[in-house]
Design a protein around this ligand. Structure first.
Ligand SMILES: C[S@@+](CC[C@H](N)C(=O)[O-])C[C@H]1O[C@@H](n2cnc3c(N)ncnc32)[C@H](O)[C@@H]1O
Ligand code: SF4
Length: 473
């Protein structure tokens, strides 16, 4: 595949690299409202049970605890040293799972389970076993289900990784971020590179089918040389996937980020050059560019899904499985059942208290807000998915699936695309559109043209607008 590396075109980056959604969902969470409530979510699940072929399921559990704050972190977590909070969490999770799953037909298969956080491995091995048991007691897990979790390498041992494989986990993603000692110190996350290498080796020996590593560029004290060394060491460990996240600095939203000294952060141009240099290193080492910030080895399921067009984007980023109903447990977790989005209360204590209160008005659940997706939202979600995951879109396909005339339905959007086409980001033809190698870096901006809630803002036109999203690049 052609390298998606554009020339370092500062003009385009300024123009299209402003804040924008990451489209892990469309519409985005910003559109969620107090309604629909839990009853509507349950109604959607029950309607799904009655389909001739009900959708299979994906289960997400948000484990919100971490032992110490990493200063860059933008995840929903509770910093705690409590030794009892894990059991308390599981007691309430048991209530949530039991109250939710009684509305799920017993023959609907779970194809995917993911534990995210926070740090799922804040829970000890027995607690993780109990958590899997709770799912297994109430839902039918397919024998070949993808069962994954996020791992902070400071919170597990090699034996622990083996034990996780024995429990049935077959996917893991490890938060590494950066291997340089200075960078690690400046973000309050210090761990040893030998330990990470040993854990990856242990995971491979234990039979994990996909091992992923998270890196972040743009962190304080990073230089082109220091990050090149981190990437080189990670390549030597040969994870199946690498996520190369752009550091999203939003200190007004994430308090811990206020500890980051702004003058320690690399300048915008250095940051960009770190990204392209890392991309070159990964491509040269045989990784494929999957999209946005993801890379995978060619034999990994994600690379294969990208090739056969089955890859989708969901709350976990890029994923191999499509058309699943998502049931999500834990604070801030978001479910998507048919066209009903539903998000739980954000804070751990609020979530716990809602479940303990067992209120009739919310079906005993901890739902905060959500959204009923319209047919138009669904159509646009599919267009955005095609742009983000397949880099091309055929008008015929959409016309057959949605009964529209694409060019008429999206006349305004196609008109707006002219400017992006003139800038070389894509080609619009009679049959469809195709994103160029240059445009691969701006897929969020191209997708935003089809977003009717937050249409693409060309940078500097709205510089006084509040920053709701992280920057595109
Ligand atoms: C829930 S966290 C990872 C799990 C585990 N707690 C850990 O730290 O290893 C998921 C990933 O989000 C990424 N992340 C967190 N905050 C970020 C930020 N502000 N900008 C970009 N990426 C971020 C990190 O790469 C992190 O590994
Ligand atoms: S990066 Fe991971 S361990 Fe660090 S604070 Fe965020 S969720 Fe917790």
């Amino acid at each position: 595949m052609a390298s998606p590396r554009p020339d370092l075109d500062v003009r385009l980056i300024t123009k299209y690299g402003g804040p924008g959604p990451r489209y892990t969902s469309y519409p985005t969470v910003l559109e969620f409202q107090p309604q629909p409530d839990a009853d509507q979510l349950i109604a959607a699940m029950r309607a799904g049970n009655d389909e001739l072929v009900p959708a299979d399921l994906s289960v997400y559990v948000h484990v919100p605890f971490c032992a110490s704050p990493c200063f860059y972190c933008g995840c929903n977590k509770l910093i705690t040293r409590s030794t009892t909070i894990g059991d308390e969490f599981l007691d309430h999770l048991a209530l949530e799972i039991q109250r939710w799953t009684k509305h799920v037909a017993s023959d609907r298969k779970v194809r995917q389970i993911h534990l995210g956080g926070g740090t799922p491995t804040y829970l000890d091995l027995q607690q993780i076993q109990r958590l899997l048991g709770l799912i297994n007691d109430h839902l039918l897990i397919a024998p070949d289900a993808e069962i994954g979790l996020e791992i902070d390498p400071r919170s597990v041992t090699e034996q622990g990784i083996l034990a996780l494989a024995e429990m049935g986990f077959n996917r893991l993603s490890m938060g590494v971020q950066d291997l340089n000692a200075e960078v690690q110190k400046s973000v309050n996350r210090v761990h040893d590179e030998q330990m990470i290498a040993a854990q990856i080796t242990a995971a491979r020996a234990a039979g994990f089918a996909s091992i992923s590593v998270d890196l972040i560029y743009g962190l304080p004290k990073q230089t082109e040389q220091s990050f090149a060394s981190t990437v080189e060491k990670i390549i030597a460990m040969r994870p199946d996937r690498v996520s190369l996240f752009n550091y999203a600095h939003m200190p007004h939203k994430f308090k811990a980020q206020r500890q980051i000294i702004a003058s320690d952060m690399p300048a915008a141009e250095t940051k960009l050059s770190i990204f392209y240099q890392s991309m070159d290193q990964l491509l040269a080492a045989g990784y494929e560019f999957i999209g946005m910030d993801h890379f995978a080895l060619p034999d990994d399921a994600l690379a294969q899904a990208k090739h056969d067009g089955s890859m989708v984007r969901n709350f976990q980023g890029y994923s191999t499985l499509r058309d699943l109903d998502l049931i999500a447990f834990g604070p801030s977790a978001i479910s998507l059942v048919a066209d009903t989005f539903s998000q739980n209360l954000h804070e751990y204590k609020a979530w716990r208290n809602a479940l303990a209160a067992n209120s009739d008005s919310n079906a005993g659940l901890a739902v905060l807000r959500g959204m009923q997706r319209s047919a138009e939202d669904r159509l646009r979600a599919e267009v955005i998915n095609a742009i983000m995951c397949r880099s091309k879109l055929s008008f015929d396909e959409f016309e057959a699936r949605f009964g529209i005339n694409f060019q008429r339905h999206f006349a305004t959007e196609l008109d707006r695309l002219n400017e992006l086409e003139n800038d070389g980001l894509l080609v619009v033809g009679e049959q469809g559109l195709r994103i160029s190698a240059l445009g691969q870096q701006f897929v969020r901006a191209i997708a935003a043209v089809f977003d009717s809630y937050h249409p693409l803002r060309i940078a500097n036109q709205h510089s006084d607008a509040p920053q709701l999203f992280s920057r595109v690049i």
